[in-house]
Design a protein around this ligand. Structure first.
Ligand code: NDP
Length: 332
């Protein structure tokens, strides 16, 4: 490739834990790929709720920390015999993605097919892969199962509902507003409940919908606020999948809490589930396949500029519960 690689690039970094204001845009040396790494010129990057956990220190990082989880861009350089050609449009979940160039491990990069819009390609990263692994592994859904998906209008949530429906699952979503409920219905959920209604009335509705049994699995990215309710709406031998902390981390609990219904609880992360090259290849190709066959709609809430102010605003927006679907930052 003949792309001129600059000596320095712009990147959003943080130097200390704090609020959205700690994001700074600065010039840093262009990262240089090592033996099993590639260099990607970033076109689009995605805002993820997890960015808040890193920024606030809930998940520890080393400073200066370059923000960002996933991106779509152009493969600029790669080791000899790398199966993806230089110049290809690719997506990655390598991190350090709020930057003009990023370095990714060779096993965290996939080709973005020509018929998928690069903007949508960002959703194939952290959010799409998360929805897919949760449905395939954390609790492996079967046709006809009932599942509850919390924060169903969010970035992960909207994709989650659509893939669950594609897999033949009955979906109940929870959201915090009527407008989100409408969107979640439009994306295929069979039932939508408002988390602003009383927990008692929602528990009753879920039990009524599922013939008194409860759901086979609850997928909960909300955390602290919804933890106790999960135990009321899950059926005997069901699985509680806790995968996020939007309202704060769930409390510590005794395994005895699981005994009355013989429950399972799992707490996965994308990078622990989709770890090896084989797992990456399998998940990314299945996600692309489902995206096409299932005609998955990767709704974009808003595109933000690549400035510290816009990144801070995007993080405030996603934390403020007013967003739906994907938030994007245009880098190039
Ligand atoms: P979302 O777009 O879903 O935004 C978060 C949503 O959480 C909000 O829209 C809001 O929806 C809901 N929410 C509930 N309570 C609160 C609260 N107190 N403060 C703020 N939001 C709240 O974000 P993402 O799609 O990026 O991520 C969704 C969840 O999935 C997050 O918890 C994230 O950390 C987790 N995640 C986990 C991964 C893993 O592998 N373990 C990977 C990727 C994401 P509403 O107003 O409708 O309740």
């Amino acid at each position: 490739m003949s792309t001129q690689i600059p000596k320095t690039i712009k990147a959003i970094q943080v130097d200390k834990a704090g609020g959205p204001e700690v994001n700074v845009l600065r010039e840093i040396p262009t990262p240089s790929p090592g033996e099993n790494e590639v260099l990607i010129k970033v076109q689009w990057t995605g805002v993820n709720y997890i960015d808040n956990y890193f920024r606030t220190g809930l998940y520890p990082v080393t400073y200066p920390y370059t923000v960002g989880s996933d991106a779509v861009g152009t493969l600029i350089s790669a080791p000899k015999d790398y199966p993806i050609k230089e110049g290809s449009k690719v997506f990655t979940t390598a991190g350090k993605a709020f930057a003009e160039y990023l370095v990714a491990p060779t096993d965290r990069v996939a080709v973005l097919p020509d018929d998928i819009d690069p903007k949508d390609g960002v959703s194939l990263g952290v959010q799409g892969l998360t929805a897919l692994y949760l449905l395939k592994e954390s609790y492996q859904v079967k046709k006809g199962d009932w599942v509850l998906i919390r924060a169903a209008a969010g970035g992960v949530g909207l994709i989650f509902i659509q893939i669950a429906k594609y897999l033949g699952v009955n979906v109940i979503g929870t959201v915090s507003s009527e407008s989100k409920a409408e969107l979640v219905k439009k994306n295929g959920a069979d039932h939508v409940l408002l988390s602003t209604d009383s927990s008692e009335s929602n528990i009753k509705k879920i039990l009524d919908i599922t013939g008194g049994e409860g759901v086979h699995a609850v997928y909960d990215g909300v955390g602290k606020d919804t933890w106790d309710e999960n135990f009321e709406i899950i059926r005997r031998k069901g699985t509680i999948v806790t995968f996020g902390n939007a309202s704060g981390p769930p409390p510590a609990f005794s395994p005895l809490k699981l005994s009355a219904k013989a429950l399972k609880v799992t707490r996965p992360t994308l990078h622990a589930v989709v770890k090896t090259q084989e797992e990456w290849d399998e998940y990314t190709s299945e996600l692309i396949d489902i995206s096409k066959k299932g005609n998955i709609n990767y709704a974009v809430h808003k595109v933000y500029d690549f400035t510290a102010e816009d990144v801070a605003q995007a993080q405030r927006d996603i934390s403020g519960r007013g967003t739906t679907g994907k938030l994007l930052i245009k880098i190039d």
